[in-house]
Design a protein around this ligand. Structure first.
Ligand code: GDP
Ligand code: IMO
Ligand code: MG
Length: 422
């Protein structure tokens, strides 16, 4: 059996949570492989809307196993809150979730460091979610981190204090004021809470499941254009968000990867700073934000909106090896007279570029658009591809022919049911 991977091809918030929830019935195991509480994955069904941050989006289906993989950075405080919120919805049993012992732990001073680093950047700030993601991955790579498995060690306090000291020394050099006591109290309560859960060698667990013929869906967080290597550096997150990260973040060998489902919005959004060539600053962008309810699921910040960017999408498809595409939020474009899609960029020298440049924010880079006729139809009640307006199918056909990968799902609303599968 192979592991299928589902990930975002843009700057995050493509609708990964919704689609993982839709696909979960086909799989035995759902596994998150990177990122942490910077993610906000929204699910909607039976009038319930729920946002998950670290817990995989298969959690609402009984009898499925959800795995938080070694590539994830886990904040015990957010974890406790998430489980408590699921218990309110009676949507949780202990057997349905396991955590890799090798997942790195976010401690309170990681979050403080995130704030201190952002403040020191001034106008060049990343627009981080301030959840401690960067500092935690930094400690992982510099071999100073704490891992989930460490909470079971008699030396946990000692390890924690050593890491904290490292952080407070840095915070002091930044002149950053903080009161750690209440944060630490909350952290230790959450660590004790986490001890009730199965902390596992998830690489063995997942490979054994594969050997037994079980099916696994790997759930990405963020999006390809936020990847630490391939994204719009330095305005990125601190992990690899592309397909290869499913291998390192779960302990799955590359030859065990099956389908790669690439999710993209019918337009583009971005939250936080950084280049966004097709961004709209006019009433069209406002309308996208309004129709698409484009406000961050983790921070509530308004998302920047713009037209679909094909050079960027092709790049993400290339780097991820996407085998199938899912187009999200097609309903949001209903009522737009004209739909535009960026097919090239023009640089300051007037050259046409069909690939993305080294610096997506370089001066003078302008998108060159192709226009499509819009549609008035409300898509949200439609039940099959055949009902989609001709203008939308032309738009879909054009994208497929440009990128060379089939669009197999068109999403027409936030609810599970509002999903058209070809
Ligand atoms: P994720 O981070 O990729 O899981 O995406 P988010 O949950 O952060 O953002 C996607 C937002 O769009 C959420 O509010 C979803 O409920 C919503 N959504 C998902 N698919 C659709 C869709 O097809 N149409 C509309 N209108 N909303 C959608
Ligand atoms: P999901 O999984 C959208 C963005 C932040 C910021 C940059 C770095 O819901 O799609 P970080 O907190 O990682 O230091 O922030 O990345 N970002 C996201 N944008 N969706 C996300 O996750 C994001 N996770 C991080 O806004 O620009
Ligand atoms: Mg999100």
């Amino acid at each position: 059996m192979a592991v299928d991977v589902l990930l975002g091809l843009q700057w995050g918030d493509e609708g990964k949570g919704k689609i993982v929830d839709v696909l979960t019935p086909k799989y035995d195991v759902i596994a998150r492989f990177q990122g942490g509480p910077n993610a906000g994955h929204t699910l909607k069904f039976e009038d319930t809307k729920h946002v998950l941050h670290q817990i995989p989006s298969g959690i609402f289906h009984k009898d499925k196993l959800n795995v938080i993989g070694n590539g994830v950075v886990l904040d015990p405080i957010t974890f406790k809150k998430e489980i408590e919120a699921l218990r309110v919805l009676s949507a949780f049993n202990m057997e349905s979730l396991v955590v890799s012992k090798k997942a790195q732990l976010i401690i309170p001073t990681h979050r403080l460091l995130d704030v201190a680093y952002e403040e020191s950047k001034g106008a060049r700030k990343i627009g981080s979610t301030l959840k401690g993601i960067g500092p935690t991955y930094e400690d992982k790579i510099s071999r100073n981190g704490l891992r989930a498995g460490d909470i079971l060690s008699p030396e946990f306090d000692e390890k924690y204090n050593k890491l904290k000291k490292r952080h407070t020394d840095i915070l002091d050099t930044y002149g950053f004021a903080y009161d750690l006591e209440p944060l630490e109290k909350e952290f230790y309560e959450a660590v004790n809470f986490l001890k009730q859960f199965s902390l596992v060698d998830s690489e063995y667990l997942l490979n054994n499941k594969l050997a037994e013929g079980k099916t696994i869906l790997a759930e990405g967080a963020q999006g390809s254009l936020l990847d630490i290597d391939f994204g719009s550096y330095p305005f990125v997150t601190s992990s690899n968000t592309t397909t290869a990260a499913a291998c390192t973040g779960l302990g799955i060998a590359p030859n065990k990867i099956g389908e790669v489902f690439g999710i993209f919005k019918a337009y583009c959004t971005r939250v936080g700073s950084g280049p966004f060539p097709t961004e709209l600053f006019d009433e069209t962008g406002e309308l996208m934000r309004k129709n698409g309810a484009e406000f961050g699921a983790t921070t509530g910040r308004p998302r920047r909106c713009g037209w679909l960017d094909l050079p960027a999408l092709k790049y993400a498809i290339m780097v991820c090896g996407a085998t199938k595409l899912y187009m999200m939020k097609a309903d949001v474009l209903s009522g737009f007279e004209e739909i535009k899609v960026c097919i090239h960029y023009k640089n300051a020298e007037g050259e046409l570029l069909s690939s993305i440049p080294y610096d997506l924010g370089e001066n003078g880079l302008t998108p060159i658009y192709q226009s499509f006729a819009g549609w008035e139809d409300d898509l949200t009640e439609m039940t099959s591809f055949d009902q989609l307006p001709g203008q939308l199918t032309s738009y879909i056909d054009f994208i497929e022919s440009e990128v060379g990968v089939p669009i197999e799902i068109v999403s027409i609303g936030p609810d599970r049911k509002q999903t058209l599968i070809k």
